[in-house]
Ligand binder design. Structure first.
Ligand code: SF4
Length: 150
């Protein structure tokens, strides 16, 4: 379970527990191995998440913070909550027949033990990581949780 964070705290995604920090150090030290590992893991990870969560393979997963709802299914790809156009019935302004991703995320997050994590402000998406393994990136990317939101 992630640490509860209040409004205004900055997070990129769920960080691995400190006891696994050695994995990050290892991956960062061996960039070629990390690339190969990413190449090997990404297809399986993405296939699983496509089936379970309609994943769009952004490579920087925020399912944890978004109530296990993929925010990349939002037509505007908002990763920090809904836009101002949510309809009164909770549906999307761009695709009226679709429930707003963030309305779903908020409802689902209420059922999760880490529901407070939905309040984290997400750093901008790094599009270079699209299609890569979010799990490997989570361990290997040192910038994630410290990156500042502009
Ligand atoms: S946030 Fe990114 S990695 Fe996670 S399910 Fe959505 S597209 Fe996939």
């Amino acid at each position: 379970m992630g640490e509860r964070q209040g409004v205004g705290s900055i997070g990129f995604r769920y960080a691995p527990p400190p006891m696994f920090s050695w994995i990050g150090r290892l991956l960062r030290r061996h960039s070629r191995m990390t690339r190969e590992l990413n190449r090997a893991v990404a297809p399986f990870e993405n296939l699983t998440k496509v089936i379970l969560f309609s994943c769009n393979m952004c490579g920087q997963c925020v399912l944890h913070e978004a109530g296990l709802t993929c925010p990349m299914n939002c037509p505007k790809q908002n990763r920090d909550g809904p836009c101002g156009g949510v309809r009164m019935n909770g549906h999307c302004e761009v695709v009226p027949e679709m429930m707003c991703v963030w309305v779903k995320a908020e409802r689902r997050s209420r059922l999760l033990p880490w529901r407070g994590d939905i309040l984290r402000i997400q750093a901008p998406l790094d599009w270079r990581r699209r299609g890569s393994s979010a799990i490997v990136n989570m361990f290997a990317d040192p910038f994630g949780d410290d990156r500042e939101v502009p």
